[in-house]
Design a binder for this molecule. Structure first.
Ligand code: ZN
Length: 292
């Protein structure tokens, strides 16, 4: 549970920093103002941008970044967009993986590297257990960041696309078990961000996870890549949906999202042509904090 403790401390520092001076990085290589000098010397995770807790101390929910192409001083800063990839694997899918089903997508990761696209991977703990070398490789690449998509990919609400449900008293341990799996796989510094399986959450779930210090990360653009076979249709849906500050949800799972790599190859050059700059979720959250 060392990881979680570290995350909690990092978040506490960050909330303090956010209240005082804005929290985290606003763009690559440029740090937001540090917390007040009286704050303890901070290890690097403390610079991780997070949102302050929601009303009543609930887990905050992030859906998109600032809808602007300017930084807070009004200078041109480009239009930011974050591609996110869910590395889904449900706790009981081990036998299917053993039988040869591919829940990973190394070609997609290779394409992101080749195109120099920063990205955030929301990884289930079960996926990290199945593909520890890939998890470690993604985690060590500064172009990427790994965030938490639960251990089991069971839903945190009762009715969520037919997913099995994790009971309220198991929510925290399921989330923490994913961080433990990342640690075992050798992933250093996973982000304190959590994506609910299926994107399903309610107030009870937000309350239950509050003590972990995570920021819940949703999205505003559904790529529709899950079980899609028409790459052009998915590409169009992404290009139609993206606005400045958007968070796009896609998948990093060959068997359930076979056209995603092709979609990325089409979407990336077109969005760049339109003036978009790809960033990780952390940078988008940092930008959201500085634009307040
Ligand atoms: Zn998922």
């Amino acid at each position: 549970m060392i990881t979680l403790r570290r995350l909690r401390r990092a978040t506490a520092l960050c909330v303090l920093g956010a209240a005082l001076a804005g929290c985290g990085t606003t763009e690559a290589g440029r740090q937001a103002p540090r917390p007040a000098p009286s704050a303890p010397a901070a290890p690097s995770p403390s610079r991780t941008p997070t949102l302050a807790p929601g009303p009543g101390g609930l887990t905050p929910v992030f859906e998109h970044g600032p809808r602007t192409d300017r930084d807070k001083a009004g200078a041109p800063d480009g239009k930011l967009v974050a591609l996110t990839f869910d590395a889904d694997m449900t706790a009981d899918q081990g036998p299917r993986a053993a039988a040869g089903e591919h829940f990973d997508n190394p070609r997609l990761i290779a394409t992101l590297r080749k195109l120099k696209v920063p990205a955030t991977v929301f990884m289930t703990g079960r996926w990290a257990e199945e593909y520890p070398d890939e998890a470690r490789s993604i985690g060590r690449d500064p172009r990427f960041e790994i965030a938490n998509h639960s251990y089991s990919h069971y839903a945190y609400t009762d009715d969520c696309y037919g997913l099995p449900t994790v009971s309220e008293d198991r929510m925290r341990s399921d989330l923490e078990r994913a961080y433990t799996a990342f640690e075992k796989a050798g992933v250093a510094n996973p982000m304190p961000y959590f994506r609910f399986p299926g994107g399903c959450y309610d107030k009870a779930a937000l309350k239950e996870l509050a003590a972990t210090g995570v920021t819940a990360v949703q999205w505003d653009v559904v790529s529709g890549d899950a079980f899609a076979t028409d790459a052009d249709a998915v590409t169009r849906q992404v290009l139609d949906g993206v606005r400045p500050g958007s968070v796009v949800v896609m998948h990093c799972t060959r068997s359930a999202a076979p056209v995603t790599e092709e979609v990325v190859r089409a979407v990336v050059p077109e969005l760049r042509r339109q003036g978009y700059r790809f960033v990780k979720v952390s940078e988008l959250i940092g930008a959201a904090n500085t634009h307040r």
